[in-house]
Ligand binder design. Sequence first.
Ligand SMILES: Nc1ncnc2c1ncn2[C@@H]1O[C@H](COP(=O)(O)OP(=O)(O)OP(=O)(O)O)[C@@H](O)[C@H]1O
Ligand SMILES: [Mg+2]
Length: 266
Amino acid sequence: MIPNVLSIAGVDPSGGAGLLADLKTFSALGAYGTGVVVALTAQNTQGVTSVQPVPAAFIAQQLDTLFADVRIDSVKLGMLGTAEVVATVAAALRRHGVRRLVVDPVMVSKSGHHLLSPDAVAALLSQILPLAEIITPNLPEAEVLLACAPIRTLADMRAAARALHALGPCIVVLKGGHLDGAESTDIIDDGTSQFELPATRIATKNTHGTGCTLSAAIAALLPQHANPVDAIRAAKTYLTSAIATSGELDVGSGHGPVHHFHNLWK
Ligand SMILES: Nc1ncnc2c1ncn2[C@@H]1O[C@H](COP(=O)(O)OP(=O)(O)OP(=O)(O)O)[C@@H](O)[C@H]1O
Ligand SMILES: [Mg+2]
């Protein structure tokens, strides 16, 4: 059965991150993509110049209307923006009994634009993380969620991943893109075991939306694998190939997008 996957996220008109990137990822990985828009951004590969939030009541209406008709097999959460939106989305997820939830706790864009207000972090911790099957923070996001010192080494990452698991999700994928060095290794923690997702760091500036793409790939693949860790491993493999082939695209002069359809376009 082809899974129906939902992204709840913001729109990046350059198509490299956010809802548009999520839909490309779903499509590349054999899932039917649906999307609920939480915010519009004015953005290109160089940065975000403005954010226009969608009213919370209308986000709830988009979700309720969609769920009233469409079976949703997994959900990915991206940029949420404000505490009010976090609370609205959390209530809707509970209302519709969403169980397969991948949370990418987006806080700051690659270009440095803040995408989550401080009071929204508290709402995310109390209302969203306990509902999550999987969370995919990067290192700065993990430091905010844990209110901890900078995470600099693989050993720091292992300790942080275990601490993040205690915040409620079933599985933590702590992303190592912000680590220094030749590797961009992620850590998976399911509360009892830890697994490394090793990857050689690819020398490219085309890393716009890598985090969005990874979390969307996990959401697309979760319903297609019996074991969530297998879905995460397959998602990481897909992302690494999409980064490696990003040079085939020519999109903007800043941080360019990854090649979502590298397996399909010959
Ligand atoms: N240069 C690279 N080469 C290989 N893998 C990378 C590279 N940069 C990031 N990754 C991988 O991409 C994924 C996203 O990592 P990162 O830590 O950059 O997330 P992020 O900061 O949330 O990204 P975004 O800015 O898109 O939100 C991780 O799996 C990470 O290991
Ligand atoms: Mg991110």
